[in-house]
Design a binder for this molecule. Sequence first.
Ligand SMILES: Nc1nc2c(ncn2[C@@H]2O[C@H](COP(=O)(O)OP(=O)(O)OP(=O)(O)O)[C@@H](O)[C@H]2O)c(=O)[nH]1
Ligand SMILES: [Mg+2]
Ligand SMILES: [Zn+2]
Length: 264
Amino acid sequence: MPRAGQIPKGRSISASRDYVTIDLLDDGTGSVAQIMPRKNIFIRPPVANIDEFIIVAAAKNPAPDLTFIDKMTVIASHKGVGVTLCINKTDLVDNVHEIASIYRKAGFEVVEVSAQNRVGIEELRSRLKGKVIAFTGFSGVGKSSILNLLSDKFQLETGEVSKKLSRGRHTTRHVELLEYEQASYLVDTPGFSMLDLPDIAPEELETLFPEFEPFLGQCRFRGCSHTAERDCAIIHAVECGEIAPSRYENYKTFYQTLKTAKQW
Ligand SMILES: Nc1nc2c(ncn2[C@@H]2O[C@H](COP(=O)(O)OP(=O)(O)OP(=O)(O)O)[C@@H](O)[C@H]2O)c(=O)[nH]1
Ligand SMILES: [Mg+2]
Ligand SMILES: [Zn+2]
């Protein structure tokens, strides 16, 4: 975070969670004058005022978890925050076509990366202009390794994926806001695997899967939940291969979770 002495008087700056204005005194010290309203706030990862998430998954070690990715895309869409999927560690597998095509077809940008072989870093770099972007994903997928390649200024700690805990051992322990270039900030966050859905109405869930959009309103029954109804346009699109089965299965699971939560 910039020190008070580096900030012009009265100017808003970005901290890892909040925008604040700072009153500067003549001796160069200062104090927070005002915390600006938050554009958005997330519990996991614990960040605010984000323009976009880069969800980092590893092709292998740890294995990609599509339910985790889908939950994260729902959480981001719910707050109107864009998502890019970054599939790292592509050096460990023959190809990542299957997982990449699921998410491209669903309308997400997908970047295939190997931090180890410095592949895909320039493609990732071209998407970072003028935004606050948080990198998120399981522990050990390579978030900090990728960030270190994006700028010589970054020297984030990286760690071995524990052999015992295939999901890693949580090397990054705090959210770190990194100044990438003017008006572009990147945020490194601690990995995690447990993720709760936000408090959303079950009926809203269909709008948080972008690939459902062309089919909404075409089901036989008004208020169709797309879980078991006859003549459901979403189920039909899954059967025709226009919606990925894994995304649809997660939709159904999330729908039931939200429905059950609402009953309490
Ligand atoms: N084979 C391979 N290993 C990688 C790649 N990227 C990162 N790693 C390794 O994966 C391990 C974890 O990398 P980190 O960058 O610490 O992962 P992280 O996502 O920041 O993990 P947390 O901070 O715990 O959330 C390290 O041993 C890295 O060297 C890659 O592209 N290929
Ligand atoms: Mg890390
Ligand atoms: Zn339907």
